[in-house]
Write a protein that binds this ligand. Structure first.
Ligand SMILES: [Fe+2]
Length: 168
C-alpha cells in the first residue's frame, strides 16, 4: 500500500503495443532509459487509465532498459507517481526498500518486490526508494507519469474513491 497497488483494469492491447514499439524509431535517451512518447489512442478504450491520466494531467511514455541491467536504488527526479504496465521483458522486477540510501552498505530492509504479468497495471510511489532488476531480455514499460504537485496519496485516494483499486 505504501509502495504500490494493483489497479482494477487491464491493458487489452499489449500485442499491438509490442508491435508498435518493435518498429518505432528512434528512441530518445532519457536518464538511463530509452524513451518514446506513447500515442494516447492506445488508452482510449481504457476508462480507468484515461480518467486518471486526464484528472492528474499525466503523460504516457514507453521506457526501455537493456537486458542484464539494473537501475540502482533511487527516487525519481521529476516524477512523483507512475502507473506502469509491462509490455515486454517479463523476466524483470521492481523492488522497493525502506532503508535510507545513506545506510546501503549492508542489508536493505522492508524490501518489497513487484513482478508484472501481461496487461496488469500498477500505481507506484516513485518517491520511495526503488530499483529495477532486468534479467535476460529487453524490458519495456508503458508508464503513465505524474509530476509535482500531484502526490501518490492523492492519486491513491482518488482511485479508492472511484473503486479503481484491486483488493484481491
Ligand atoms: Fe524510478
Amino acid at each position: 500500500m505504501k509502495n504500490f497497488v494493483k489497479l482494477k483494469t487491464n491493458l487489452e492491447n499489449t500485442k499491438i503495443l509490442r508491435q508498435f514499439i518493435s518498429v518505432h524509431q528512434p528512441w530518445e535517451n532519457v536518464k538511463g532509459f530509452k524513451a518514446i512518447l506513447a500515442p494516447i489512442f492506445f488508452l482510449q478504450n481504457n476508462e480507468v487509465l484515461s480518467d486518471i491520466l486526464r484528472k492528474f494531467n499525466g503523460q504516457a511514455v514507453f521506457l526501455r532498459s537493456e537486458k542484464n541491467s539494473m537501475y540502482n536504488w533511487h527516487r525519481d527526479l521529476d516524477r512523483t507517481v507512475v502507473i506502469n504496465s509491462l509490455i515486454e521483458g517479463f523476466d524483470s522486477f521492481t523492488m522497493f526498500t525502506d532503508t535510507e540510501i545513506d545506510n546501503m552498505q549492508g542489508t536493505s530492509t522492508g524490501v518489497e518486490e513487484l513482478t508484472y504479468n501481461d496487461g496488469e497495471c500498477y500505481l507506484l510511489n516513485v518517491q520511495n526508494l526503488h530499483a529495477v532488476y532486468n534479467r535476460h531480455s529487453i524490458r519495456t514499460v508503458l508508464s503513465l507519469s505524474f509530476y509535482k504537485p500531484v502526490s501518490y496519496e492523492q492519486i491513491l485516494e482518488y482511485c479508492f474513491s472511484k473503486d479503481f483499486v484491486d483488493h484481491s
